[in-house]
Ligand binder design. Structure first.
Ligand code: CO
Length: 291
């Protein structure tokens, strides 16, 4: 989708807030710290700086790849984990998306591999680049470090209030891809693993999204739906809605008004590292808005 100068500025502003927030959030990830305190710190900092969380902070550990966020009274603490923070900020629905790995597990090479993959991928980008070339750069970087890319996760386009818009940006060389044009805005997000290189759905997470606004009769569910509508089509956390929403949530899920995102885990329980930046394609390269 073609953006205007005004909407591009909103992406840039979201990206700037996100860079600052990421720098502070990584310092909070320590052994013994609760995941919930890191999630709340990060989401509150986004709001203090004038943005809104584009999705709940994803805090995925070890073999978890994505769609994990703490519950309302989550007591889990960090141990010797490989921790991924995936954070999004939006300004009026214009989203910047970034991820970083904080390694408490003693596997820094796996983190270096994914960071190199992101750098190499960004270096291939220019107006007219095919997404399969980006995937090839990611695959080559990760395999040259002795690991595997996670091939059934991809980067993605971004549109107003849509976090995962086409095109997808593969994490391996593909037979066919899409051409990126000047002004396109995409998130590139390689994942590397010492496991099998694929993820599977490992049950329901704490993250949901609205799929249709059907009428709902039950008063508590109707009231909750009004709350949820303010997130529009963006993902939201169950914990954002308070402590006592189990019945109303279930009612909305059963009516297929909201849907949960499944937690994604590595098939061989391998460790996963992740890195992500949001970029604007330019004629001869790109502008990284989450630098
Ligand atoms: Co993303």
């Amino acid at each position: 989708m073609k953006e205007t100068e005004e909407t591009i500025e909103k992406y840039r502003k979201a990206g700037k807030i996100l860079s600052d927030v990421r720098a502070e959030a990584v310092n909070k990830v320590k052994e013994g710290e609760t995941l919930l305190s890191v999630a709340e710190f990060t989401e509150n900092l986004i709001r203090e700086k004038g943005g809104e969380p584009a999705f709940p902070v994803n805090i995925s550990r070890n073999d978890e790849a994505a769609h994990t966020t703490p519950s309302f009274s989550d007591k889990a603490v960090f141990g010797k984990d490989m921790v991924k923070l995936d954070i999004g900020v939006h300004i009026d629905g214009y989203i910047a998306d970034t991820a970083i790995t904080v390694d408490l597990s003693g596997n820094p090479e796996l983190v270096k591999a994914v960071e190199k993959a992101l750098e190499d991928a960004i270096r291939t980008v220019h107006a007219g680049v095919n997404t399969n070339e980006i995937g090839g750069a990611i695959e080559d970087a990760i395999t040259s470090c002795g690991y595997k890319p996670v091939i059934n996760l991809t980067g993605h386009g971004l549109e107003q209030y849509i976090q995962h818009a086409p095109p997808s940006i593969p994490n391996k060389r593909m037979p066919h891809g899409d051409i990126l044009e000047e002004g396109d805005i995409v998130a590139i997000e390689p994942f590397a693993t010492n496991g099998g290189g694929k993820i599977y759905d490992a049950g329901n997470a704490e993250i949901y999204h609205l799929v249709s606004e059907k009428p709902v009769r039950h008063p508590s569910a109707r009231k909750l739906l009004e709350e949820i509508k303010k997130y529009k089509t963006l993902p939201f956390a169950k914990r954002w809605l308070g402590n006592n929403v189990d019945f109303a949530m279930l009612t909305l899920v059963k009516a297929d008004i909201i849907r949960p995102y499944p937690i994604l885990k590595e098939i061989n329980r391998g460790l996963i590292s992740q890195a992500e930046h949001t970029i604007i394609i330019t004629e001869d390269g790109c502008e990284v808005i989450t630098k």
